[in-house]
Design a protein around this ligand. Structure first.
Ligand code: SAM
Length: 304
């Protein structure tokens, strides 16, 4: 098998090359340091995954095949007993609190059912990533493209998606894949969930959102972002507003005031072409998470 080995100065490889048959996905690990295993099941995953399931449930009731593109898929399934999760303790403070809670609102039911399915004896050992949740929600005729650039994560992703015939695990740049492969016609959902470890992740997110909506103005878009300080978030929203037409739906989960830009003080979801009734469940998801996982927790859901 031919091997593609990218070392030294990191350049974004072409989706075609990396996902082409006969190529082995192998990238210089230094180029991609981020490992979601440290963060899987944290407060931000609860918000993202509960919201994703609410969105998929709404898109699933309309007839016609849906294409889902997950630009940054990760490994698909996370071991909460592993050294990364144990070291960070983030899952315990996130999904640990959710599964122990007596007062979690119904909007978390889909996520808690998924967690229960993965942990049938009740002990919290595994947590689903977006690929696992999306693959489980696919209907006959739907398609799912999951992009992951890290070789080790991509290998695990392939294994998770092996049983889902309509899902493809691509070792490809997700920004480029969404830009080139969002269907021009028909129903599409693009989830953009970058690690924001590269200086250009924010700019590429805006460019990709614009390119996706240019190809298919009806495509549904869901973007995840860390909330650090207000100025950075506001600049991102301003750039996105300039780049895309139509209203954005924004859901913020603030754990604490957004005063220290060096800290992840919360997370935000930004939607384009959101179903009309998504705001209400988002309020419940962000509100509960901010209250239970936050210090001075606050949630805001609004249109811009
Ligand atoms: C935040 S994690 C994804 C989590 C996943 N969406 C979930 O909810 O379970 C981001 C992942 O994107 C991968 N990655 C980073 N840059 C990428 C790119 N340009 N294209 C595809 N994957 C990328 C990282 O290796 C990492 O596994």
């Amino acid at each position: 098998m031919e091997t593609l080995d990218i070392k030294g100065t990191f350049r974004w490889p072409s989706a075609n090359v990396l996902s082409g048959r006969g190529f082995l996905c192998r990238l210089d690990a230094k180029a991609l340091n981020y490992r979601h295993a440290f963060h899987a099941g944290n407060f931000a995953d609860l918000v993202k995954h509960a919201a994703l399931l609410e969105l998929l449930a709404r898109l699933g009731v309309s007839p016609g095949p849906l294409t889902v593109i997950d630009t940054h898929a990760g490994r698909g399934l996370y071991d909460l007993t592993g050294p990364e999760a144990q070291r960070s303790g983030e899952a315990e403070a996130g999904v640990g609190r959710l599964t122990a809670a007596a007062d979690a609102p119904d909007v978390f039911d889909g996520l808690t059912q998924a967690v229960r399915a993965l942990n049938p004896d009740g002990e919290l050992r595994r947590y689903p990533g977006s690929p696992w949740l999306i693959a489980r929600a696919l209907r006959r005729g739907d398609r799912y493209l999951a992009c992951e650039l890290r070789a080790d994560e991509h290998k695990a992703l392939q294994a998770v998606l092996r049983a889902a015939p309509s899902a493809q695990a691509l070792c490809a740049d997700g920004f480029r894949t969404a830009t080139e492969r969002t269907p021009r016609d028909g129903r599409a959902l693009v989830l953009i969930d970058p690690p924001f470890e590269h200086a250009d992740d924010s700019r590429r997110t805006v460019e990709t959102a614009a390119a996706v909506l240019d190809r298919n103005p009806a495509a549904h878009l869901m973007v995840w972002l860390p909330l650090k300080d207000l100025a950075t978030f506001d600049a991102f929203l301003g750039d996105l507003e300039d780049a895309v037409a139509g209203k954005l739906l924004i859901a913020e989960t603030r754990l604490r005031p957004l005063s220290d830009p060096m800290k992840m003080n919360g997370c935000a979801l930004v939607f384009a072409n959101a179903p009309a009734d998504l705001a209400h469940p988002l309020e419940a998801i962000c509100g509960w998470t901010a209250r239970v996982c936050g210090e001075t927790g606050e949630a805001r859901v609004y249109e811009r």
